[in-house]
Design a protein around this ligand. Structure first.
Ligand code: AMP
Length: 311
């Protein structure tokens, strides 16, 4: 892996302009790794132009904002994509307009779209990898509290506050090192966890409307009628995937939300590998946290059956 870090840094050193992308439907790790890398490179190479692009997510605005750049900025640029397993999920389709394309990620590598692909599936998050890279180049004393805040939030997001089984001793070590920087981490965590009060009645709906069978498989189906009733957009509803996570006996669950043209299914499990099923249905992701979009509720039922039969 050291070789890939060297190759990535060689390309960064050569470039005058660096544009960093991340995945669609950004989560804290997408924002954290992208904006953390941008800030690190800006500190290390003040003479270079470094941009971060991609769609925004209102609930993560406190982490930072992407840059608005025109197509001609891509001319001769180095493009780095963070936290994105496959090319169709890269936010902002202009990622291949640059001179070179690199990937830094922790998802199972289904699509190695970069010229250099640094993929570490043992890392909790891409933010963890960005810290590893900073450490590898002995730049830990050079980064500031903003880099630390962003990477810490990315790690907290992808590990569910260090609770999920992707949390390793190394993850905790990095968390501890990041806390040495003077950012207000309680405030940062509160910002990450806070929910708009208008969403809470919907949380009650989820708790009263999931189905759990004897084997430990649960499903939540959020139809367009439910969205209308609670006045939510699909993304707001999808945030509640972990609402049922602590229910006794639960082993695998799928949280499905009608997005109009398709149904977004977020799949989670406790120790049981489920990304093979997600892959079979055209999605992907991690062994215990995957996702897929299906065309209708009938296809959703087939997905649910396949997940149930894992138990
Ligand atoms: P999510 O439920 O959106 O947090 O997704 C969990 C993981 O599954 C993500 O890290 C993605 O890598 C992956 N994933 C989600 N949706 C899809 C999809 N439609 N296609 C491929 N991978 C997906």
């Amino acid at each position: 892996m050291a070789k890939e870090f060297e190759l990535i840094m060689d390309r960064i050193k050569e470039a005058q302009t660096i544009i960093i992308h991340r995945h669609v439907r950004p989560d804290p790790d997408a924002y954290g790794s992208q904006l953390g890398l941008k800030r690190y490179l800006t500190l290390k190479f003040p003479e270079k132009k470094v941009y971060a692009v991609g769609e925004t997510e209102d609930s993560l605005e406190f982490m930072g904002s992407p840059d608005d750049i025109s197509d001609d900025v891509y001319q001769g640029a180095l493009v780095i994509v963070c936290d994105t397993a496959n090319a169709p999920r890269i936010s902002d389709g202009r990622f291949n307009l640059g001179k070179h394309l690199l990937k830094i990620d922790h998802h199972p590598p289904t699509d190695q779209y970069g010229e250099v692909n640094y993929v570490d599936v043992t890392a909790s998050s891409t933010s963890e990898i960005i810290f590893d890279m900073i450490d590898y180049f002995n730049d830990v004393t050079m980064i500031d509290q903003e880099v630390a805040r962003l990477l810490y939030l990315g790690i907290v997001g992808d590990t569910g506050r260090f609770l999920f089984n992707n949390t390793t001793p190394h993850t905790m070590e990095i968390g501890a090192r990041l806390l040495n920087y003077e950012f207000d981490h309680m405030n940062a965590l509160n910002q990450l966890a806070e929910k708009d009060p208008k969403l809470l009645p919907f949380q009650g709906y989820v708790l009263q409307n999931f189905t759990l069978n004897d084997k430990g498989f649960a499903k939540v189906q959020i139809t367009s009628d439910v969205l209308k009733k609670y006045q939510l957009v699909p993304n707001e509803a999808s945030l509640f995937v972990n609402t049922i996570a602590d229910i006794q006996g639960l082993k695998i669950w799928v949280f499905a939300v009608d997005e109009g043209s398709e149904i977004r299914c977020r799949i989670r499990s406790k120790g049981i590998i489920i990304n093979d099923v997600a892959n079979d249905f055209g999605g992907g992701g991690h062994p215990n946290a995957s996702g897929v979009s299906v065309r209708d509720w009938q296809r959703f039922n087939e997905l649910a059956e396949a997940l149930d039969s894992k138990l």
